[in-house]
Write a protein that binds this ligand. Sequence first.
Ligand code: TXA
Ligand code: MG
Length: 329
Amino acid sequence: MKTEILEIDENSLAIAKDIIVNGGVVAIPTETVYGLGANAFDAEAVESIFKIKGRPNDNPLIVHVHKDYDVSALVKDVPDYAKLLAKAFLPGPLTMVYKSKGAVSAAVSCGLDTLAVRIPSHEGAQRFLKYVDLPIAAPSANVSKHVSPTSAQHVFSDLNGKIGLILDGGNSVGGIESTVLDCTGEKPVILRSGLITREMIAKVAGECGEYVYKDGMRALSPGMKYKHYSPACRTCLFNSDELDKAVVKYKEESAKGVKAYLLCDGETAERAKVRNVLNLGYGENEIAANLYSKLREGENVAELIIAIAPEKQDGVMVGVMNRLTKACN
Ligand code: TXA
Ligand code: MG
């Protein structure tokens, strides 16, 4: 199959809709990462997403809808705090998990009685969702376990030949996946951290829990238990106060002829004074936006990525650290 990359316009939207209503998949941009979308009502189309990605079949998908879509047709028992959160943060990088009405294919939630719903803010995503006017099941558009894609080119390098169309909406500005929030209980609970932080949610909802997955526990969000976000080269991770150790490692490996690169924030890069650096930039939002593109750049040039954790570890950095730790284990 030939994989085309098209800018979003009337022509490409018509092609995309044709693919979707005929049971195919289309890669779409969002403000977090690119998604691989299919009609959520079509069981076969949804199942093909799992095959194309090589995704474990117990890891449920998020349904994406446009901002005027009637979400109450898909889910029930929406608590008051969720209405407040939706008003505050949607459209945006927040996925809300509710009790499902069972309207979409059971394959979307892998048999769970809940459904994860997301209303992305990316203008191109909104145009596409409005144009098809269907709930679109979409995981990140990478091969399972690989680094998530933040550009059309990233999707192409993972899925070339496996899908027909990538809608190009530029680089994803958010850079890490949406916050996944369980809204089925008395208070909201974060299942996956992201750009909408626990502090931001608690401010609106009064309180917000966070589910920390440990091996062997029942995974509330099955995605937590899988290896994720891994670049193709070797990796290791140092704490923010271990710059000296990381530089020693870099020099030892480089002396052996290994192509080693430091992956770190801008300030750390300045202090490290080494040649090969994958610079994540400054401030939590810039670091999040650059994380996946730097991991992908790294796997193309490096044999070993030596990552150094940023000093700040609250707010958006909770999500960044979660991805960085998984990428480097
Ligand atoms: O930003 C994003 O969320 C991106 C873009 C494309 O929208 N999508 C994304 O999808 O990251 P994916 O499939 O890579 O991650 C979905 C996460 C997984 O951790 C999955 O376990 C969880 O959401 N999830 C989906 N449905 C769920 C449900 N019903 N209950 C609990 N967790 C759920
Ligand atoms: Mg993913």
